[in-house]
Design a binder for this molecule. Structure first.
Ligand code: ARG
Length: 464
């Protein structure tokens, strides 16, 4: 099939310089859009038939051939020829070759400007649904893990300093919340993805009596675009999708960082399974958390994609400019990266083995019940909190100097700091008690975390 005639070669028959031709082409990237391109073309032709712009015989002939092209590409009977400028030119050329009389009618009332962006919107819809399925799966994995480990107590941190005792499950469920926001964010932006630009033609609309609502209904768009100039030059949905991907990656990256730190011997809170960690070529004792590290690392790519698309768009005059061809590479990269990361993250987490003893030891070692000791003086004994805080500060200092803990300090000694202390202090500083007292909504008490788990399970069920 000869491809020397560009779709746009109306004005001159001078050939593009080979280097410029290669530079101008986008087929290596946009070939991913082949199925969306055919689907949108079929809808376009059905609309042209409905509005009597094409007669039924021609329209049916084109639709039938487009369906054959679809099957041929799907089955590998037709190979995409990458010497074409883009996927749209290629598919139209195949059609015209197979249907010399009707092929040329396909492009009636449309332009590549509204065609490409329609395809990209369809692709984005599919990608969003796929990402959402993966998010849902990871969310389930987190909730299952939280349920399995409901008894595990660990130190909660601020400034990476041991702060207060929490349930490991409570910590995990924090990531569940992030993922649910990610899911919702994608749902929300889907409304803006599903606005049909087709029918805007090059930028000014068309004089053919087209029915854009009909095309939208065939393709599952919720709305048609209001302004043809905006429709062909708008890439907000690309920016929004990459931005949503970037936020997902932020969450996965923070989670990765924690898993990596927890897997170090210094923490020893978790062990990765052999299936999701690698060994070192020279240090036999090592188990490297490569999967989590790569997830953290790939976050950088997606942030880069976001910066790229924002920068590509920032100075462009209306309407279409070729700069916009660069939108697809960054969008595809972000989508692929997020999908890849979510795909490995769920089974990696599922096979992580938490070490409840190490967690509990860390929780017992760090005076993380000091706040509860101060709360005891305040709530049980009526001492203003600042004074209680100062007394407990002195007690902690004494314990550190004498290698004691709040649990092992004698009552006699407590009373040298304040006569308000009595036997009941030990109950107040008991780790389980400290934790289970935090019954405020969303808090770390086991009763609350159990509620969070059952709430999460219901929410996952309801995801659409
Ligand atoms: N491959 C191009 C893109 O993705 C198609 C649009 C071409 N339109 C044009 N006026 N040259 O942006």
């Amino acid at each position: 099939m000869k491809n020397s005639n560009k779709l746009w070669q109306g004005l001159s028959d001078a050939k593009l310089d080979p280097a410029a031709d290669k530079f101008n082409a986008s087929i290596k990237i946009d070939k991913k859009l082949w199925s969306e391109d055919i689907t949108a073309s079929i809808a376009h032709v059905m609309m042209l038939e409905k509005t009597n712009i094409l007669d039924t015989k021609d329209a049916q002939c084109i639709v039938g051939e487009l369906e054959k092209i679809y099957t041929d590409l799907e089955k590998g009977n037709l190979i995409i020829d990458e010497s074409f400028e883009d996927i749209h030119s290629f598919i139209e050329a195949v059609l015209s070759k197979r249907l010399p009389d009707q092929g040329a009618m396909l492009h009636t009332g449309r332009s590549r400007n509204d065609q490409t962006i329609t395809d990209l919107r369809l692709y984005t819809k599919k990608a969003i649904k796929n990402i959402q399925t993966k998010i849902k799966h990871l969310a389930c994995t987190i909730v299952t893990k939280a349920e399995e480990c409901i008894e595990y107590i660990m130190p909660g941190y601020t400034h990476l300093q041991r702060a207060q005792p929490i349930l490991f499950s409570h910590h995990l469920l924090a990531y569940y919340e992030m993922l649910m926001r990610d899911y919702e964010r994608l749902n929300d932006l889907l409304k803006r993805v599903l606005v049909l630009p087709l029918g805007s033609a090059a930028l000014a609309g068309t004089s053919y009596p087209i029915d854009r609502d009909y095309t939208a209904s065939i393709l599952g768009f919720l709305q048609i675009s209001n302004n043809s100039i905006d429709a062909v030059s708008d890439r907000d949905f690309v920016i929004e999708t990459i931005s949503a991907c970037a936020i997902i990656m932020t969450h996965l990256s923070r989670f990765s960082e924690e898993l990596i730190v927890w897997a170090s011997l210094e923490f020893n809170f978790i062990k990765f399974s052999n299936a999701f960690s690698t060994g070192s070529s020279i240090m036999p004792q090592k188990k490297n958390p490569d999967i989590a590290e790569l997830t953290r690392g790939k976050t950088g790519r997606v942030y880069g994609d976001l910066m790229a698309i924002l920068t590509i768009m920032k100075g462009l005059p209306l309407a279409y400019n070729k700069d916009m061809q660069e939108d697809k590479e960054v969008l595809f990269d972000s989508i692929d990266t997020v999908v890849d990361c979510l795909t490995v993250f769920a089974p990696m987490l599922e096979t992580v083995k938490p070490n409840s003893e190490a967690m509990l030891k860390a929780a017992n070692d760090g005076f993380i019940n000091a706040t509860d000791c101060a709360d005891y003086l305040t709530s049980k004994k009526g001492l203003p909190f600042r004074m209680a805080y100062s007394i407990v500060g002195q007690i902690v200092k004494y314990c550190i100097e004498n290698k004691l803990t709040l649990e092992t300090l004698s009552l006699e000694k407590y009373r040298t700091f304040s006569l308000l202390f009595d036997e009941s202090v030990y109950k107040s500083i008991d780790m389980n008690n400290c934790l289970n007292m935090r019954t405020s909504f969303g808090g770390t008490a086991k009763t609350e975390v159990i509620k969070q788990i059952s709430r999460a399970k219901k929410e996952i069920e309801l995801l659409k």
